[in-house]
Design a protein around this ligand. Structure first.
Ligand code: SF4
Length: 334
């Protein structure tokens, strides 16, 4: 399958190395490096992209929206049962990188005493029992999150970041916690990391858009992704979430997943993985195989914010996307 410039540009955007067979010139004719299909100098020279990574990302099978399965077929990853040893892989995406440069976080504000979700009924502080949350429909759930004061993060947020996408998307993307831009816009994955995520979704033929433009045919849930974070409020200075904060916020994500009923979940970043799989294992040890969340296939990969700081791991993220696409192909219809 020929790689057109749009697909090549998408892979360049993701930073995934690629190659395609060199077209030998006529005798005597000069070889045009660009026509050879090899990555341009700007790609090949990206810092940190090791030759080995280029080998692992064999082809640039960026699937167009109309044929996403081709991506998996062309860049077929290892069998699902194969576990790829990566003992050196980092544990975290954005959070580790952020914590390395951010000043020491201030003390966590002591939240107003409130029962954690699941420990009591709704009370005057805005906390609400998980059993109640589990019964909410979309409007009630969104309103409950918007007014939630169950942990100290409510004190410093500009607004809650609920989620975005078609409410019955076949794909669900779960991130970590809102950053500065998300806190300002009220939408998960905006800014550079969001731009990279959108490119990753496009590579799978997916979109976060809930509706198609008026002049285009309706979108199909099979081609749509619902995006939500583990935490709905931004931790101050992008510090790591506290376990108690994650515990109190967890029922909201659980309810979102129950309402969407995704066919496949893509968990991005350590805290998303921790929340969904209840494990402290490093992402590098978890990726490359299919996990389950409440029976739903779950693929682990790096957070886009982490990928922006660790270019060589974009090739691994591409492998994870291919595994996700391949897994989706094997699932029975919903
Ligand atoms: S992070 Fe979650 S639990 Fe804490 S205040 Fe925000 S919505 Fe409520």
């Amino acid at each position: 399958m020929a790689l057109d410039e749009r697909r090549l540009a998408m892979l360049r955007e993701m930073g995934v190395p690629f190659w395609r067979p060199l077209q030998l010139p006529d005798a005597g004719a000069p070889v045009d490096a660009a026509a050879s299909g090899r990555a341009p100098a700007s790609d090949a020279s990206q810092p940190g992209i090791a030759p080995a990574a280029a080998v692992r990302a064999p082809v640039a099978p960026v699937a167009p929206a109309e044929a996403p399965a081709a991506a998996a077929r062309l860049a077929r990853p290892a069998p699902l049962t194969e576990r790829r040893p990566e003992p050196q892989a980092p544990q975290d995406g954005s959070r580790m990188a952020r914590s390395a440069t951010a000043p020491p976080p201030p003390p966590t504000p002591t939240p107003t005493p409130a029962p954690a979700a699941g420990e009591g009924a709704a009370n005057q502080n805005g906390s609400i029992a998980s059993a109640v949350i589990a019964t909410l429909d979309w409007p009630a759930l969104r309103a409950t999150v918007a007014s939630c004061r169950a942990c100290g993060l409510c004190e410093s947020r500009h607004q809650t970041v609920f989620g975005v996408g078609h409410p019955r998307s076949h794909w669900m993307i779960v991130g970590e916690a809102p950053g500065e831009q998300e806190d300002l816009h009220g939408e998960p994955f905006v800014g550079p990391a969001g731009h990279l995520l959108d490119n990753m979704l496009r590579a799978l033929g997916l979109t976060r858009a809930e509706d198609a433009p008026e002049d285009q045919p309706p979108l199909e849930p099979a081609r749509q992704a619902y995006i939500a974070n583990t935490l709905k409020c931004r931790p101050p200075r992008n510090r790591n979430p506290e376990p108690e904060e994650m515990r109190r916020c967890e029922p909201f994500l659980q309810r979102q997943i129950a309402l969407v009923q995704p066919r496949l979940i893509l968990a991005m970043g350590r805290f998303a993985v921790q929340a969904l799989l209840r494990t402290d294992e490093a992402i590098g040890r978890l990726r490359g195989r299919v996990h389950r969340y409440e029976g739903v296939p779950l693929i682990v990969t790096y957070h886009p914010a982490y990928l922006l700081r660790n270019l060589p791991d974009k090739a691994k993220a591409w492998e994870d996307l291919c595994l996700a696409a391949q897994t989706m192909e094997t699932l029975p219809p919903r």
